[in-house]
Ligand binder design. Structure first.
Ligand SMILES: NC(=O)c1ccc[n+]([C@@H]2O[C@H](COP(=O)([O-])OP(=O)(O)OC[C@H]3O[C@@H](n4cnc5c(N)ncnc54)[C@H](OP(=O)(O)O)[C@@H]3O)[C@@H](O)[C@H]2O)c1
Length: 293
């Protein structure tokens, strides 16, 4: 039995006659025993036996999330823009004792999204966790943004996230359980100069997260987002190699360091785990305090 199922059974067992403060109102011995059992229950932060699909898994945060989910006990499907681009990732996942399945999944292509999800279902039998990680941005002043860059950013970040969620959501609705975790950004909340289109898409992802959470809660599907600050990945390497830019970034991060992929992957695993069963519609900042100022 999956941990989510165990949790939802526990949730259903919560007696109906409990006051707003959580005190039992009347009820027999079995209700009291249920309450005692719940009060002794410890949170679980792993995902044994679950199946995860991570988009944009070839490198950076996607790669780190895929490995972290495998370490936490999940079999992992690797959604790859080019199915041959995963390098040693399949072997690294297998070394943790879990199964890995690279799938061709350019998230701008609905046909590839549908085929990838169908392949995951055929191979593993179910899909419990979707991490919508694939994303990109172009740096340009708003007055210079090219239409093709605008369209491509929206196609990957927004349309890709929406239709990957839709395809996985249909499966999760039938399964009556699922976790969707979207890669937003602190850029959803603060304006980053020369990143207007990227910021707009990340704000859209955080709002989509709420919309899907509200629609799919009744199907026992949680939908959350993670909003990182600057993290060292191939995607930020060039920008962070500029000394003035790096110094500016560091001056804004209260904790005084650029993030590591594991800072983000840890939160993704948490949101996929039974410990996060009552969290939905949330965007969790991993910003070292940038937005707290
Ligand atoms: N790093 C940060 O500072 C940071 C901060 C906040 C949010 N984020 C978000 O975190 C996510 C990952 O960022 P990252 O820094 O790891 O980026 P990255 O190093 O550039 O990696 C992005 C990955 O997404 C894939 N991708 C791009 N277009 C795709 C498409 N059409 N279909 C499928 N995959 C596609 C890339 O595939 P290829 O390898 O084939 O190009 C690559 O593997 C993004 O959504 C980003 O916006 C990153």
């Amino acid at each position: 039995m999956f941990a989510d199922e165990v949790n939802s059974r526990h949730e259903k067992n919560w007696p109906s006659r409990v006051s707003a403060e959580g005190e039992e109102i009347g009820g027999g011995g079995s209700e009291r025993k249920d309450i005692e059992k719940m009060n002794k229950e410890l949170p679980r932060f792993d995902v044994p036996g679950q199946v995860a699909l991570v988009t944009g898994a070839a490198r950076g945060l996607g790669r780190s999330c895929a490995l972290a989910l495998a370490e936490a006990g999940a079999d992992v499907a690797l959604g790859l823009r080019d199915v041959s681009s995963g390098g040693d990732l399949t072997k690294e996942i297998q070394a943790t004792g879990r199964r890995a399945l690279p799938v061709q999944m350019d998230v701008t292509r609905r046909d590839q999204i549908e085929e990838a999800i169908a392949k995951v279902k055929t191979h593993f039998g179910h899909l419990d966790i979707l991490v919508n990680n694939a994303g990109l941005g172009y740096s340009d002043l708003a007055e210079n943004v090219r239409e093709e860059d605008f369209d491509h950013t929206l196609a990957v970040n927004l349309k890709g996230t929406f239709f990957a969620s839709q395809a996985a959501g249909k499966l999760m609705i039938r399964q009556k359980r699922g976790r969707i975790i979207n890669m937003s950004s602190q850029a959803a909340l603060v304006a980053l100069p020369t990143e207007s289109v990227y910021c707009m898409t990340k704000a859209g992802i955080s709002h989509l997260t709420k919309c899907l959470a509200v629609e799919w809660g009744k199907h026992n599907i949680t939908v959350n987002a993670v909003a990182p600050t600057f993290i060292t990945t191939p995607g930020t390497e060039e920008a962070l190699s500029d000394d003035a830019f790096r110094a500016d970034v560091l001056s804004r991060i209260v904790l005084g360091r650029i993030g590591k992929p594991s800072d983000v992957a840890g939160v993704v695993v948490f949101l996929a785990s039974p410990a996060a069963a009552l969290i939905t519609g949330a965007t969790i900042l991993v910003d070292g305090g940038w937005t707290a100022r």
